[in-house]
Design a protein around this ligand. Structure first.
Ligand SMILES: [Ca+2]
Length: 145
């Protein structure tokens, strides 16, 4: 059995496009270090990513929201976050296959990528600390053209 590993393999995930003026809603699991949305964003196209539902978005005992949180006693481990300059549990995204270029989504983000790819989302956390995460977000992706 393979434990939760950070994988950027998208080869077996069917990709879906969101047409202009159309939307898709997907679930983001806090315990999954790479939520494959199955939605491919296209280059030079405008999208709006919005969180439309928050269900118990929780890091161990700390209930928060997609903007994330910071505690003074967690500052020593903050450099080990996947995205060190962003809050714990902030909703982050990247376009596969470029996990090295994450962006902050928070509650909402207008996005016009210069390069297309599948949208992958995750709660910002220390890589080995996804086991105590719980909660689900509903993310709405609208193509604005
Ligand atoms: Ca955690």
């Amino acid at each position: 059995m393979v434990n939760a590993e950070i994988s950027v393999n998208t080869s077996n995930v069917p990709q879906m496009l969101v047409r202009r003026n159309a939307s898709a809603e997907i679930k983001i699991d806090a315990a999954n270090p790479n939520n494959h949305t199955g939605i491919s964003l296209q280059a030079n196209t405008s999208y709006l990513l919005e969180v439309v539902g928050v269900q118990d978005w929780r890091d161990w005992y700390i209930t928060t929201d997609p903007r994330g949180y910071m505690k003074w006693y967690l500052r020593p481990t903050a450099p080990f976050l996947r995205v060190p300059n962003q809050p714990y549990f902030a909703l982050m995204g990247y376009l596969a296959p470029e996990p090295s270029k994450p962006f902050f989504i928070g509650m909402s983000l207008p996005l016009t990528p210069s390069k297309g790819g599948e949208l992958i989302c995750f709660a910002n956390d220390v890589p080995c600390m996804y086991w105590n995460n719980s909660g689900v977000l509903t993310l709405k992706i609208t193509c604005q053209g």
